[in-house]
Ligand binder design. Structure first.
Ligand SMILES: [Zn+2]
Length: 348
């Protein structure tokens, strides 16, 4: 399919919310090299180009290996600030108005970087983004699921002095062999603390992990969740309960969840009434930020302006913004798309 130029332009300009982006996954090779130099970290790659070439990973695990190597250059608050500000500028350029940003403390604390450095660096950049770009945001602390639940508990405890900086917890990293129930107790604790709950599920793992994330972890949104399509009853439940799936098409393509985006479940989920949203995941590694993801999926699937309007609405509706802020953004989205849509012929 070829994406109509006028629709492509509307999509680029539409207000959007980003609900699935890992801040460590926004580290571009150029910035990795700059930070490595600043901190005198020796990288196992000779040049920016050599690092880019290493991005030819084939699945989640081979991606994660490079991802953790890249994150090793982050040492100071300034590094976390610079990484976050670089992301914000790209998001603003794509008309992202609001972002709920994942960060992985364990990737850093395991290297001896204090959690305060991580949280302060990111939070300071987001505070500046609010005044400089009118860019609203929230932070979500993610547990690495290949590590133990004890480690997740320790991370949550270490983060509590900064409780006012993040609104929720999530679960990321290697899904296979690390089912939701492994983290049942730490999610229960986070729930007691009044934190929002999300989890990656049904990316490489089965549809059952999506159901388990809902029933055992009590999450409010599912990150990815594209495998839900394998379970008809689950799809109906997601639609009925308005559980959002934060879908990341270029990630799914690059990690071979859907090597060909024409096979992607997004349109089928959307048509079944599921609150699908579109995001960039680890944009530096997967070949594009928000608009690149939107365009890729509109190129590959029979999606139209009404779908784009719905996807933009879903992104704000599924956010953790206050009802008042949601309503403001939704009014903005509706105004934008209603003025964009061609006049519909009267029904026969
Ligand atoms: Zn993710």
């Amino acid at each position: 399919m070829t994406l109509d130029a006028a629709l492509a332009e509307r999509i680029r300009r539409s207000p959007k919310a980003e609900l699935h982006v890992h801040i460590e996954g926004t580290l571009e090779p150029e910035l990795i090299f700059r930070l490595a130099q600043r901190n005198q970290v020796k990288l196992p790659y000779a040049s920016v180009d050599a690092l880019r070439q290493a991005y030819a990973f084939t699945d989640l695990q081979s991606f994660l290996d490079i991802y953790y190597a890249g994150a090793s250059v982050l040492q100071t608050e300034e590094d976390f600030f610079d990484m976050t500000m670089a992301y914000v500028q790209r998001a603003v350029a794509d008309n992202v108005r609001h972002a709920e940003i994942f960060f992985d403390p364990q990737t850093h604390t395991a290297r001896g970087v204090d959690i305060e450095i991580v949280i302060d660096g990111i939070a300071d950049a987001l505070a500046q983004a609010r005044t400089q770009y009118d860019f609203s945001s929230r932070m979500i602390l993610c547990f690495l699921r290949h590590l133990s639940e004890e480690d997740a508990f320790a991370t949550l405890e270490a983060a509590l002095p900064y409780r006012d900086r993040f609104v929720g917890v999530g679960l990321d990293s290697s899904e296979r062999g690390n089912p939701p129930e492994k983290f049942a107790r730490v999610f229960a604790r986070a729930r007691e603390l009044g934190l929002h709950l999300v989890a990656h599920a049904g990316e490489e793992g089965p549809a059952q992990y999506v159901a388990d994330a809902l029933d055992i972890l009590h999450v409010e949104r599912i990150d990815h969740g594209v495998r839900a399509i394998d379970d008809e009853a689950l799809v109906q439940r997601l639609a009925r309960e308005r559980i959002a799936l934060t879908v990341c098409p270029l990630s799914n393509q690059k990690l071979k969840v859907y090597p060909d985006l024409r096979d992607h479940s997004l349109k089928r989920l959307l048509d079944a009434g599921v609150a699908v949203t579109l995001h960039s995941d680890d944009p530096a590694y997967f070949g594009g930020y928000m608009n690149a993801n939107w365009e890729a999926v509109f190129e590959a699937l029979p999606l139209d302006a009404a779908d784009a309007h719905q996807l933009a609405r879903n992104s704000f509706e599924a956010s953790f913004l206050s009802p008042m802020h949601k309503a403001e953004y939704l009014a903005e989205v509706d105004h934008f798309w209603q003025s964009a849509l061609p006049t519909q012929p009267a029904a026969a």
